[in-house]
Design a protein around this ligand. Structure first.
Ligand SMILES: Nc1ncnc2c1ncn2[C@@H]1O[C@H](COP(=O)(O)OP(=O)(O)OP(=O)(O)O)[C@@H](O)[C@H]1O
Length: 278
């Protein structure tokens, strides 16, 4: 068993020896070169786990989420959700990205209902579900507004409600709070934890922020670059709810250890807990 794999039956996502190469043209001439973006990446994610991925720029975080979402195909290896191989995009995975990706011509409610329309759900049912998720993200009073009338934090709440509305098994989040100011970011982190507790989704969250990864997650995965590969996994055994946890010595110690891993100051895979079969 490799370091990313777990031994119990609650595995939701299994990433098995994933490799992704891109073909790049050289600047001069017609030569092409293979570039390895992800190499031999294996990782299991538990049902209802909140797992964050950090790593240096270009280590393959977004490439991995693209593969998970089914928007691109691995060169070799595979990703399995509930033992079923990912072979393209599907509604079992919801995606929330940094740029909100809202439809500007649709109201907030119509944005949230988009996936339900794609599913062919009748209007009344759509309305009930969108109402439930607008309330969950605290935007019920803004249902008839349009994206241009919202703040960045509100847009991101709409994106989260939209992704959750069609009840995906897994939520994939790529730097969702990266464009927000520090205060809004912390508010949305708490909101996301509340939503996660209420929905019990499995969440994979990509971020550049070690602080954000620790605050949110059950485990933090560190990738290294060139080629992108799994470096370390840190279980985050801090109490939940996490309010006030940033001031504790354990939090600061985890921050230091993950930063050391990220900056290559420790040997790979030397600092992994072995508590629960990982
Ligand atoms: N379509 C593509 N063709 C060629 N190379 C690509 C392509 N997509 C990504 N890459 C390369 O693969 C590597 C991983 O890219 P990726 O965007 O996944 O990194 P990342 O970890 O998400 O980076 P960042 O933190 O800067 O967002 C990079 O070197 C990137 O240039």
């Amino acid at each position: 068993m490799s370091i990313g794999q777990i031994a119990d039956k609650s595995v939701k996502i299994s990433v098995r020896v994933l490799n992704k190469c891109f073909t790049r043209k050289r600047e001069k001439g017609n030569n092409v070169k293979q570039f390895v973006a992800l190499k031999d990446f294996s990782l299991d994610v538990r049902e209802s786990e909140f797992l964050s991925i950090v790593g240096p720029s270009g280590c393959g975080k977004s490439t991995f989420l693209d593969l998970l979402s089914g928007l691109s195909e691995p060169t070799s290896g595979g990703i399995y959700i509930d033992e079923k191989k990912v072979e393209g995009p599907a509604l079992d995975r919801g995606i929330v990205m940094q740029g909100y990706a809202l439809f500007p011509w649709r109201s907030v409610r119509k944005n949230v209902e988009y996936g339900l329309e794609v599913k062919g759900m009748p209007k009344q049912e759509r309305r009930e579900i969108s109402q439930k998720f607008l309330e969950l993200v605290g935007l019920e009073e803004f249902a008839e507004r349009y994206p241009y009338e919202l703040s960045g934090g509100m847009k991101q709440r709409v994106a989260i409600a939209r992704a959750l509305a069609y009840d995906p098994e897994v939520l994939l989040m790529d730097e969702p709070f990266g464009a927000l100011d520090a205060q809004t970011r912390e508010i949305l982190q708490d909101e996301l934890l509340r939503i996660w507790a209420a929905t019990q989704k499995t969440i994979i969250f990509v971020t550049h922020s070690i602080d954000e990864a620790i605050y949110l997650s059950d485990r933090v995965v560190v990738l290294s670059a060139n080629p992108g590969t799994l470096r370390d996994i840190f279980p985050i055994e801090l109490r939940r709810p996490r309010d006030g946890v940033r001031l504790t010595p354990d939090y600061l110690e985890l921050t230091r250890r993950i930063a050391d891993s990220l900056h290559g100051k420790t040997p790979p895979s030397q600092i992994i807990h072995n508590g629960d079969g990982i």
